[in-house]
Unconditional design. Structure first.
Length: 278
């Protein structure tokens, strides 16, 4: 089992001076990110549907081997506008042609409950995007049924496991999967912030005990799955990046095969006389 670890998004101003060097501009962030992680979720595509040129440009900036997970626009996942599927498909094809598309993510809203109509809609989504590595994240607890994972498995759709607060209406945290691929998204455990703004919702720092729970859970499926992806969405103040870096170490200590970055870190140049970076 190969373990892929990254973050949900990478272009955050409040990461500058922490994960990113002071003064780094957004245009250079991806080049720095790929020196530390092998995969990233593109989160901006949820708010702004991507164009083929946009995704082609990103794909051309990363080293061979690096992978993207592309989030479906909310016009599809939340508004269920099937008319937008064709343009989304055309956009992600630019990454697939270049060998850097690991999958596409459909995050359903909490308002989307388990119904026959939504099952039919997901089945159609699977027919349109299944060959792109479609994964679905549920937010409402009504989807936590024993028959959902087998239903998704028949359609080759990945069921996303989550780490989220223990709130009665939310899809429960814990390791689940429907195929030979694990997909885990770590959000937060702070119930008090969950229904505030997105920045507050994902303002959370995982400690080693919490990260260790996921290492143990994933390693317990080593004989059943081929690939595990863990993406950190607690992006406030670069906590996602630091938690991702830390869990990489914990997985390596547990003997896992962790996929490393595909680009070497840029060496720090130092002055000849004062020993300080120049």
């Amino acid at each position: 089992m190969k373990v892929w670890i990254g973050t949900s998004g990478y272009s955050y101003p409040d990461w500058v001076g922490s994960f990113y060097p002071a003064g780094m501009r957004s245009q250079r962030m991806l080049g720095h990110y790929v020196q530390h992680f092998p995969v990233v979720e593109l989160n901006f595509t949820f708010y702004r549907p991507p164009t083929p040129a946009m995704l082609a440009k990103l794909a051309d900036q990363v080293p061979a081997g690096f992978q993207f997970l592309v989030k479906l626009p909310q016009t599809i996942s939340h508004e269920e506008r099937d008319a937008d599927l064709l343009s989304f498909r055309q956009s992600v094809e630019e990454m697939r042609r270049r060998g850097c598309l690991q999958g596409v993510l459909c995050q359903l809203p909490q308002a989307s409950h388990y119904t026959r109509r939504r099952l039919d809609w997901l089945a159609g989504l699977g027919r349109e995007l299944g060959d792109c590595g479609l994964a679905v994240e549920f937010r409402h607890r009504s989807w936590a049924r024993p028959d959902v994972a087998p239903w998704l498995a028949e359609r080759r759709i990945d069921l996303v496991a989550v780490d989220a607060p223990a709130i009665a209406a939310l899809y429960p945290s814990g390791l689940v999967h429907s195929t030979e691929r694990l997909y885990v998204r770590l959000h937060s455990r702070n119930a008090g912030n969950w229904y505030l703004s997105d920045k507050d919702r994902y303002d959370y720092d995982y400690d080693d005990a919490a990260l260790g729970e996921w290492v143990e859970a994933v390693m317990s499926r080593a004989g059943q799955v081929q690939e595990a992806r863990l993406l950190f969405n607690n992006c406030r103040q670069a906590r996602a990046a630091w938690n991702a870096r830390r869990i990489m170490i914990l997985f390596e200590q547990a003997g896992a095969t962790v996929v490393g970055p595909f680009a070497a870190a840029t060496p720090v140049q130092r002055g000849l006389f004062d020993g300080e970076p120049c």
